[in-house]
Ligand binder design. Sequence first.
Ligand code: FES
Ligand code: FES
Length: 153
Amino acid sequence: MRLTLLVNDERHELEIAHTARLADVLRDELGLVGTKIGCGEGACGACAVLVDGRAVNSCLLLAAAAEGHSVTTIEGISRDGLTPLQQAFIAEDALQCGYCTAGQVVAATALLAVNPSPTVEDVRAGMVGNLCRCGAYPGIERAILRLGQVAPA
Ligand code: FES
Ligand code: FES
């Protein structure tokens, strides 16, 4: 099938299988390999991207369902360089192997967009869908809370 995807503010005309997942199209057709595939079944959050500003697991979403929506990957989030949130991840030692990090940043970006000053409980609830096999959770929490403290009220 043919479809048009708006990804990181760029329009892409694609010809793909109607069963293609958004995660695979982003990685294999568009070369946006910052989006990772971990579990492939919606359980880990490694594949999170923003769809109209909301974090979505792209391994569960058909690419066809993303047509007409605005998709933002980690490459789009950091197109102007590392964001303050990404800098906070580094400062707070919020990653080890880094495999989950793009998904974590995507999910945290969506969280902070709706709740700029989250509590620890808000962060834990908002990030519950993002697993980290390296156990970097304390650093991830600190990074998001650090942003919350500097975000405008
Ligand atoms: S790869 Fe999509 S949720 Fe794990
Ligand atoms: S930093 Fe390795 S899985 Fe999270």
